[in-house]
Design a binder for this molecule. Structure first.
Ligand SMILES: Cc1ncc(COP(=O)(O)O)c(C=O)c1O
Length: 400
C-alpha cells in the first residue's frame, strides 16, 4: 500500500447485520445472501467466509463465473445463479454443483445428459418484466419437463419484487398475489418445489408475510436499508468505509478557483485539503461541489470538480495535515490516524496497522458515520451503485 486510499471491510458489522436480519426473519424461513458483483464491492472471499461462519447456507450470484469463483474456495455452501444461462454455463453449473434459474429448457435441450444432477429454480415473472415465466400454465409445463429429466432437480421457484420499498405496498402485494397463483398451480400439479422465494432486503424489513421459504437479502447485509425514508433500519451497520489520505494542505485567496473547469471560486481566505480518491476509484463525479468528507473530526464540503484520482475539500480552521486520513464514506477515521500518521508508516506495515488501529478506539459503532444514503442521494444514485463501483485498485483491508 503506497497510495493512501483503502476501504475497510468490517466483518464484525457483517456478522452483526446477519444476526439482526435473522432475528427479523419469520421462523422457518432461510436466509440467502446476494454476493454478486464481488459481494456488492466488498470482496467476495472475505464476505463468504464470514457468512458461512454465521450459518448462512445459501448465496446468490449473477453469473456462473461468479459462482465458480466461490466454488474455488468453498464447496459446501449452496449457490444460486440468478441470471440467464447458456448451454455451456449449464454444464459448468452441474459440474460445480451450482443451482441455476431456468426460464425454459432450451439451453439444455441438445444436451442429452448433464455431467451431474443440476438443481434448478423456476424464475416467475409476477410484475418486474425482466426475466422469468409469465403464465402459470407455462410454469407448470416447465416444472413437468424438469421433473421428467433425471439429470434435473426442481429445488425452488422465485420471483423478484420490483417495489417492496415503495411507500405504497400495493405493487408488491399484487406481485405476491400473482406468486400465490403460481404456487397453487404448482401444488395442484404436485410439483411445488421445496423453496419458494420472493423477498429482498425491503421485503425482509417490511412484511413477514413476504418471507415465504427463503429471503434473498443483499444491501441490508452490507448495512443499508433499500430506502431509509420508508424502511428505517438504524440497527444495520455499514460494512464498508472508504478512506483517503490527505495529500496536500494549501492556503488559497479570494480570486483563485479550485479544480477542473474552475467551478469553485474562492471567496475568502481558505485552507484546501487535497484528498486521495476520485471518480476512477468509484467516488461519483456527480459529488463535485456537492459531496462531504469526514476530515479532522468534522464534515467538510467537497469543493470543485471531483478529479479522476483526487478531490479537494474545504479544510479551513481544521488541523489537517498531509498524511492524515479522511473518510469519503463510512465511519469517522480513528483519531490515531491524524497527525500525518500514514506517511510515518512503512508501506508493508500499513494494512496491518490499519487493522490494529481501526477498532482500537474500541466501539467503532459509536463513531460518527458519513452515511452513503446521504451521499448517494446527492449523487442521484443509490448506495448499491456506489458500493459496487469502488474500483479494484482500492485495496480492501479486512478488519474484524
Ligand atoms: C433477483 C434478486 N434477488 C435479490 C436481490 C437482493 O436485493 P437487495 O439488495 O435489495 O436486498 C437482488 C439484487 O439485485 C436480485 O436481483
Amino acid at each position: 500500500m503506497y497510495r493512501p486510499l483503502f476501504a475497510v471491510i468490517d466483518l464484525a458489522h457483517l456478522s452483526h447485520n446477519i444476526r439482526y436480519l435473522k432475528s427479523r426473519l419469520r421462523p422457518g424461513t432461510s436466509l440467502m445472501v446476494a454476493v454478486k458483483a464481488d459481494a456488492y464491492g466488498h470482496g467476495v472471499r472475505a464476505v463468504v467466509g464470514r457468512l458461512v461462519r454465521e450459518g448462512v447456507h445459501h448465496l446468490a450470484v449473477a453469473s456462473v463465473e461468479e459462482a465458480l469463483e466461490i466454488r474455488a474456495f468453498h464447496r459446501g455452501v449452496n449457490i444460486l445463479v440468478l441470471g440467464a444461462v447458456t448451454p455451456d454455463a449449464c454444464v459448468k453449473a452441474a459440474e460445480a454443483e451450482v443451482e441455476i434459474a431456468l426460464t425454459d429448457l432450451s439451453p439444455i435441450e441438445h444436451i442429452p445428459r448433464l455431467p451431474k444432477r443440476l438443481r434448478v429454480h423456476l424464475p416467475l415473472d409476477t410484475g418486474m418484466n425482466r426475466l422469468g415465466v409469465k403464465r402459470t400454465d407455462e410454469a407448470v409445463a416447465l416444472a413437468r419437463s424438469i421433473a421428467a429429466r433425471e439429470d434435473l432437480e426442481l429445488v425452488g421457484a422465485g420471483t423478484h419484487l420490483a417495489a417492496a420499498d415503495a411507500e405504497d405496498p400495493a405493487h408488491a402485494e399484487g406481485q405476491m398475489d400473482r406468486l400465490g397463483a403460481f404456487v397453487r398451480a404448482l401444488e395442484d400439479a404436485g410439483l411445488r418445489p421445496p423453496r419458494v422465494h420472493a423477498g429482498n432486503s425491503a421485503a425482509l424489513l417490511r412484511n413477514p408475510a413476504w418471507h415465504l421459504d427463503m429471503v434473498r437479502v443483499g444491501i441490508a447485509a452490507y448495512g443499508y436499508s433499500p430506502d431509509p425514508s420508508v424502511l428505517p433500519a438504524p440497527s444495520l451497520r455499514p460494512v464498508m468505509s472508504l478512506y483517503g489520505g490527505v495529500l496536500r494542505v494549501a492556503e488559497a485567496q479570494p480570486g483563485e478557483t479550485v479544480g477542473y473547469g474552475a467551478t469553485f471560486a474562492v471567496q475568502r481566505p481558505m485552507t484546501i485539503a487535497t484528498v486521495a480518491g476520485g471518480y476512477a476509484d468509484g467516488y461519483p463525479r456527480q459529488l463535485s461541489n456537492r459531496g462531504e468528507v469526514l476530515i479532522g473530526g468534522e464534515l467538510r464540503p467537497v469543493i470543485g470538480r471531483v478529479c479522476m484520482d483526487q478531490l479537494m475539500v474545504d479544510a479551513t480552521g481544521l488541523e489537517a495535515a498531509a498524511g492524515d486520513i479522511a473518510a469519503l464514506f463510512g465511519y469517522d477515521p480513528p483519531v490515531a490516524w491524524r497527525g500525518g500518521w500514514w506517511s510515518r508508516l512503512r508501506p508493508e506495515e500499513r494494512a496491518a496497522r490499519v487493522q490494529e488501529t481501526y477498532r482500537m478506539a474500541s466501539n467503532v459503532e459509536k463513531r460518527r458515520v458519513l452515511s452513503l444514503d446521504r451521499l448517494a442521494e446527492r449523487a442521484q444514485t443509490i448506495p448499491y451503485e456506489i458500493l459496487c463501483r469502488v474500483h479494484r485498485r482500492v485495496p480492501r483491508v479486512v478488519c474484524d
